[in-house]
Design a binder for this molecule. Sequence first.
Ligand code: ZN
Length: 319
Amino acid sequence: MPSDTPGLHHVTGIVGDAQTAIDWYSGVLGLRLVTQTVNFEDILQHHLYFGDAAGTPGTVLTHFPDPHGDPGRIGKPQVESVAFVVPADALEYWHTRLADHDIAVEGPLERFDERVLQFEDPAGTRLELVAGPPIPEGTEPWTDGPVPTDRAIRGLYGVAALSVNPYATAGTLETLGFEYETERDGRIRYRAPGDRAGVVDVLDRDTPFGREGQGTLHHVAVRVETEDDLHEWRALFADRDYDVSRVKDRHFFHSLYVREPGGILFELATETGGVAAGGGTDRAGESLFLPDWFERDRDLIESQLPELTVPTTDEISDR
Ligand code: ZN
């Protein structure tokens, strides 16, 4: 057996306009745009990575902007929502901050031992802030952002998944190394053994089928240590006749994708220092990053993509 995953690596969704996403995730949520690149499967689409200062695996939410696409519909089988962890005493600050930006906020709701705020990004993606769990070690909030460091988002907490077969999805999670923790009201909690970003809640609900598009989450990635682990996982999933991709070079990490029988698209991605283009320097995210193998097409790629402005710290602080 390949080694267990310690937790989530990143979550990826689809939004509308790229500039709107940058302004909102950096300017309102205070996440750093650590990399702007292209979708490696479709180079005429941006791929935006938001996270902590270095883009540490376990803090990263990425989006594919699809400005001409249709709004999606949240339903099964999909990742339903993504939750970030904030310091225990920060929820009131966040409630006020989101309301001041005219964002409809639900909560704080009590769930298990946590307090939760629920809201949506401009594309309709369901997001949560969770207070209560310990703040993970090894992540570094973006200190140049608009949110005071002692209130800042400290990484991913977890996701909720709407499966077509909760029993099968639970089995996949156990195979990956997650353990059953508790359940209430059709929410079955699994947790990975690592110190951060370890929660997947399987939702056992009678929900209509979803449709991929703006405002829906595309996949959830879990961390693995090495490329060798990926090959071992690939063999294991292939043995079970799961729909599994080859191992891919994502420049910042290597990964593979597996659609498990509950319909959820999981990615397994190697744990590297961070996914910030340029390694988390001041300039990370400021210009379009292309891996070597697309660099020769830069002029063509740039001419086809909308131009983006990454707001400076001063501009952001004014909001
Ligand atoms: Zn991914």
